[in-house]
Design a protein around this ligand. Structure first.
Ligand code: ZN
Length: 307
């Protein structure tokens, strides 16, 4: 298990007699870890960071053994984004092409939709997978509507889960004096309108959301998740139900790489030994590379014979 130190948090809250459910997260360190691991372009950093944050927010109600996966598959240069989270607030994710890049929009913002393109937004909810108590997963999908990620999460929630939602996701990249770029702020807010919400409540939220500054502007000024919610909900009172730490981490390991290699075809193993004098595996999710040397491969081959 790769564990990374950071201090990101997410909260889950309710308002207006539980007819409004809302989540907010500060994910600066989480996104920074993902960007560093995958060595992404700036626009991919924004796309991946927004997706990781949206996935965490959507997964904020997950129970133990649950897993939520988001896949955005478009015809743009990024070639697709995958993100996965669990009840422990751990998220991991990757894009097919981390180098994809397009010029900034006229507004000075990253043209995320420019690298996503047209396609589909997929959601998969699984439970008990790691235990073998596997239930048929829930799958939902909607077409990509904007490609700017936040709007796509909102559209999915409204269309597929019938929960009208407002979603704000942001990633702010900066360069230091040496020209080295870094994630200065990242985070997001999701507001879900549950059945029974009054017209007045909906109107108040719409007005507050339309007035709210960019999430990253608030985070850069020191805002915590609770401050993000306070701003996004205007003057509406809310009750925080849960706060959890969130971070980027992956479940891959050298041991898992060995067991994966052990399960492949014997002739393929022999070819690896002959041609490459070893095996090299890179985890899609976290970009960690595991090198299995000659001796390890020979050992695996011997064990396969014994078995
Ligand atoms: Zn990994």
């Amino acid at each position: 298990m790769n564990d990374f130190k950071n201090s990101d948090t997410m909260i889950r809250a309710t308002a207006a007699d539980d007819t409004v459910r809302c989540m907010a997260a500060v994910t600066t360190a989480t996104v920074a870890e993902a960007v560093a691991r995958h060595q992404t372009s700036n626009t991919v950093a924004a796309a991946l960071g927004r997706t990781l944050t949206g996935t965490l927010l959507l997964g904020s109600t997950l129970k133990e053994l649950d897993r939520l996966t988001i896949q955005i598959v478009g015809d743009g240069d990024i070639g697709g984004i995958t993100a996965e989270t669990n009840a422990a607030g751990i998220v991991r994710g990757y894009v097919r092409n981390p180098d994809a890049e397009v010029p900034l929009k006229a507004t000075g913002k990253f043209d995320v939709s420019g690298i996503i393109g047209q396609g589909m937004f997929y959601v998969m909810r699984e439970s008990g997978y790691d235990l073998g108590l596997y239930r048929e997963p829930y799958r939902g999908s909607v077409p990509i509507t904007s490609g700017e990620i936040a709007e796509d999460f909102a559209y999915y929630m409204t269309q597929s889960e019938q929960i009208p939602s407002a979603v704000m996701l942001g990633v702010l990249m900066r360069a230091n004096d040496g020209g080295e770029r870094f994630v200065e702020a990242a985070g997001g807010v999701m507001i879900q309108i549950m059945p029974g919400a009054s017209d007045k409540t909906i109107r108040e939220i719409e007005e507050a959301v339309s007035r709210t500054p960019q999430t990253t502007t608030l985070i850069r000024a020191g805002a915590k998740p609770v401050d993000l919610l306070r701003t996004a909900l205007g003057g509406m009172e809310f009750e925080v139900m849960e706060e959890r730490e969130v971070r980027f981490a992956c479940s891959c390991s050298y041991e898992r790489a060995v067991s994966l290699i052990s399960s492949i075809d014997r002739t393929e193993l022999e070819a690896m030994l002959r041609e490459d004098a070893g095996a090299k595996l890179t985890c899609h999710f976290c970009n960690e590379t595991y090198c299995l040397n000659e001796a390890t491969l020979e050992n695996i081959l011997r064990e396969t014979v014994a078995a």
